[in-house]
Design a protein around this ligand. Structure first.
Ligand code: SF4
Length: 97
């Protein structure tokens, strides 16, 4: 018997999301983030939700969040001013393939 091993992006692609359009579960303060030189969120988010815009400003969209909490732990400058789990029935639905 052989089992095909899936790649991490392939496994993540199986997840589905119910996005709460009315209440963001993560909020960042872009003024604080603009002063952060390291911006670890760009490197640690497994869903790659933190990006740099054309002018070098941080952009973030909570849709697609895997709720791992890594950004909250790694943000040393308190640029993430709110981090909580999504309300009931919202958020990620993990699927193991
Ligand atoms: Fe990315 Fe995890 Fe933070 Fe969600 S909780 S934005 S997946 S690092």
């Amino acid at each position: 018997m052989s089992i095909d091993r899936m790649t991490a992006p392939g496994l993540l692609g199986l997840d589905s999301f119910t996005v709460d359009e009315e209440k963001a579960h993560i909020v960042v303060n872009k003024e604080i983030c603009a002063k952060c030189a390291e911006k670890p969120c760009l490197y640690v988010c497994p869903a790659v939700l933190y990006k740099l815009g054309k002018n070098g400003e941080l952009t973030f969209d909570y849709a697609g969040c895997l709720e791992c909490g890594t950004c909250r732990v790694m943000c040393k400058n308190k640029g993430i001013i709110k981090w909580e789990y999504p309300r009931g029935s919202f958020g990620v639905n993990f699927r193991c393939g």
